[in-house]
Design a binder for this molecule. Structure first.
Ligand SMILES: Cc1cc2nc3c(=O)[nH]c(=O)nc-3n(C[C@H](O)[C@H](O)[C@H](O)COP(=O)(O)OP(=O)(O)OC[C@H]3O[C@@H](n4cnc5c(N)ncnc54)[C@H](O)[C@@H]3O)c2cc1C
Length: 362
């Protein structure tokens, strides 16, 4: 019998995490969409955490949400990542000034009756070097016509709603105006090729979504057309600390493994102690940042989280030795999953800093 998790201190969260953790290897091996895992999260009220009580959510504060997601991501990164894309869509809807969309979408998203995802990276971290935008919007009577593609959409084939960004065109020329809309995923002209096979998180079923003369109505607009639409709405800007939560959560899974091994093998104790100290400091920094008590920037947090998760997962693999290199061993999976943070929603400055460290420049 599943219980509602009402705070990050709720023992039911520990129980849910155990259920997710025992399924994580199989999920990685099969690449099947984590339907059962998402159902368990729904049953336990996880979808409600970040949604305002006015729309049927529990309205946890930022620190509580971070603590909840830290626990989930240590148990199963793929499921937690899917949840973050849903939470991102909810956040964009909630921070808009479109009451009718909030009313229509948020209550069913909070209950887990519907699934939503985001296709926005082509306005922020993907395809920024191209002169012609990959997803273009032309004004038509009562709405916009979309042509092109959104290169990265997690769980698009499982979504009822996609929160989508597009660039407004003026004839053949792109403008500086962008729009954000919450659109039904089954509109005529939308197609979804097979999701990408990836070196990790394949079960997130991430892939492109194509748009061939898709008409979207004005009533689905969340914001825009305006310049920098991703900066619109309270707390909805890009480059937040959310991505660091998952990296720090995954690092904790690897360090817990190292801790267990160090109990039997004294030579592992000093490396474990060093990494754990760094992890604790970074976790505290993240929580302080959420309370507005840290001068640290999200990009500095992300760089440090990326660096830590790569080293912590590789330390766990080193401790596991050859056994860790076998398919199905968690340490090998954690190493592959840690690489995800080098590419997921990674701002240019973070990328440059990580590259500097990797290449031994600093
Ligand atoms: C597993 C996974 C899930 C994701 N899920 C989502 C999601 O649900 N929603 C979402 O919005 N986003 C999602 N993303 C996208 C993510 O946030 C990043 O935007 C994305 O990883 C950026 O990679 P890119 O290959 O598109 O970058 P690009 O910058 O487009 O790079 C692609 C290629 O272009 C070339 N290139 C890049 N820069 C230049 C340059 N300056 N000059 C010349 N050539 C260049 C390089 O050859 C490079 O390999 C996801 C990503 C991953 C990996």
């Amino acid at each position: 019998m599943a219980m509602y998790i009402t705070s990050p201190d709720d023992p039911e969260l520990v129980r849910l995490c155990r259920l997710l953790a025992v399924r994580a290897s199989e999920l990685d091996r099969t690449g099947v969409w984590p339907e059962e895992q998402l159902r368990l999260c729904g049953q336990n009220g996880v979808y409600e955490w970040s949604i305002d009580p006015a729309w049927g959510g529990q309205g946890w504060n930022a620190e509580e949400i971070i603590r909840g997601y830290l626990a989930l991501s240590a148990a199963c990164l793929t499921t937690t990542f899917v949840l973050t894309q849903l939470a991102g869509a909810c956040r964009r809807i909630a921070s808009s000034d479109k009451g009718h969309l909030k009313e229509r979408l948020l209550p069913s998203l909070a209950k887990g009756e519907q699934f939503a995802t985001v296709g926005i990276s082509h306005l922020t971290t993907s395809r920024q070097h191209l002169t012609i935008p990959v997803l273009r919007a032309d004004r038509v009577d009562g709405g916009f016509r979309l042509d092109g593609y959104s290169p990265w959409v997690t769980g698009g084939a499982h979504a009822d709603t996609i929160v989508l960004g597009a660039t407004l065109m003026d004839g053949e020329q792109s403008t500086d105006q962008q729009l954000l809309a919450a659109i039904p995923a089954n509109l005529p002209g939308i197609s979804m090729p097979e999701a990408y096979p990836m070196i990790g998180l394949s079960a997130s079923h991430t892939g492109p979504v194509r748009f061939d003369r898709v008409i979207i109505m004005d009533e689905w607009l969340l914001a825009g057309p305006v310049p920098n639409v991703m900066q619109q709405g309270t707390g909805a800007g890009t480059g937040g600390y959310e991505t660091s939560i998952l990296a720090i959560g995954l690092a904790n899974a690897a360090l817990s493994y190292l801790e267990d091994e160090a109990r039997k093998r004294p030579d592992l104790q000093a490396p474990y102690d060093t990494l754990r100290k760094e992890h604790t400091a970074l976790r505290n920094e993240l929580l302080a940042f959420a309370r507005n008590e840290s001068p640290c920037t999200p990009n500095v947090l992300r760089y440090q989280a990326n660096s830590l998760v790569l080293r912590a997962s590789q330390a766990a693999l080193t401790a596991a030795k050859g056994a860790g290199f076998l398919v199905g061993h968690p340490t090998g999976r954690w190493c592959r999953e840690a690489l995800f943070f080098l590419v997921w929603n990674c701002p240019q400055s973070v990328l440059a800093q990580n590259l500097c460290e990797i290449s031994g420049m600093g």
